[in-house]
Design a protein around this ligand. Sequence first.
Ligand code: AMP
Length: 439
Amino acid sequence: MSFSSLGLSEQLVRATTDQGYEIPSPIQLQAIPAVLSGKDVMAAAQTGTGKTAGFTLPLLQRLAENPRTGKGPRVLILAPTRELAAQVHDSVNLYSKYVPTKAAVVFGGVKINPQMMKLRKGVDVLVATPGRLMDLYQQNAVRFNEVEILVLDEADRMLDMGFIRDIRKILDLLPAKRQNLLFSATFSGEIRALAQGLLNNPVQIDVAVRNTTAESVKQSVYSVDQSQKTALLSKLVRDNSWEQVLVFTRTKHGANRLTQKLEKDGITAAAIHGNKSQGARTRALADFKQGQVRVLVATDIAARGLDIKQLPQVVNFELPNVPEDYVHRIGRTGRAGESGHALSLVSADELKMLVGIEKLIKKQLPRKEVEGFEPTNNLALKPKAKADPSKARNRSGGNGNGRPGGKPRSFGDKPGGRSGGRSQGGNGQRGRSSQSQDA
Ligand code: AMP
């Protein structure tokens, strides 16, 4: 099956060829014809599956088939984070190389005036985070009367981040007659409620197997004392000559501290989290992608949606509190058919978290030790004390996290080489302003 056989125009196919794509990914196989047909779509898919091209290519074709002269936007794509919005915008630009579509991106954390000026000139496809979009609307910088297609990308993340009110306000302002596309890694009750009010007889697509980790990602656990983690990480980076490694910490403070220690140790590192200015975040990511920074230290929220091609190595400096975040984190490696390695540095006090993760992924991860870094307390296979089973229980259990069809379905040959999902955010609802605090 090729892109052209899915009904895409020669210009759009040429743009995919330029990117080196040979065959459509499973989500693209399903989403492209569905979007071209004008139907609403509800898709269970994450970053890494090729979903962006899955919705962008056909919507560009729909725009090209029916040119308009207004100022737009004709397509509105809402995304949870600045980084994801910027990436989607980059993708729209790549895929629209040979069609006369104008795209723009707006998000918070940067000056609003240049965004207002850009919108004034007219735009076909607008990618936005919900908060900034509402600010722009309230300042009369954008109108929604020409919107024909709405895309909610990573809808579960948007709800996690407390954007539901802004989203509902935006929905109320859109023309009633429009095509709606909803992409989400997980389908909690809240997402289903949103989908029910939004989607009209949607085509349902499911390409991710819930809470499993991709075969292409090799996972290891190194048992080590908390106090020795930085030294061990430095050693691993050096001994293995890792040139590009994404490291996760639980807190922004921890990310800063680790970055400073690595730098002191002569390893180039940068932190990416919500306390950093947008400029600093963009720079850190660019430096990392270009190989000028060996270690990118990130918190979970900041890392969402980051698409860094062929990332060979991910390290959990600390395990996440929410087991599903582990699946999400290690999905940063081994993507697009590449093999990857996810390594977790686990201290004895994190055993419960580790066991929670193993329950979720239905796999026990072998514990290893590194000579010279043997922990004072060995990492057992299971907590010794009588553990409260409700606490270690897989938080995505039950019905709240089902896929659109209820049962998870696999689509065999996954080019993204990854899958997984996350329950409806262990983080609860957060206000918009907290995005910058937590991300
Ligand atoms: P996404 O899930 O949209 O974030 O895409 C993940 C990555 O897959 C991006 O780096 C895309 O450039 C890449 N990609 C998308 N579609 C294809 C395809 N059909 N073949 C190979 N790579 C692709």
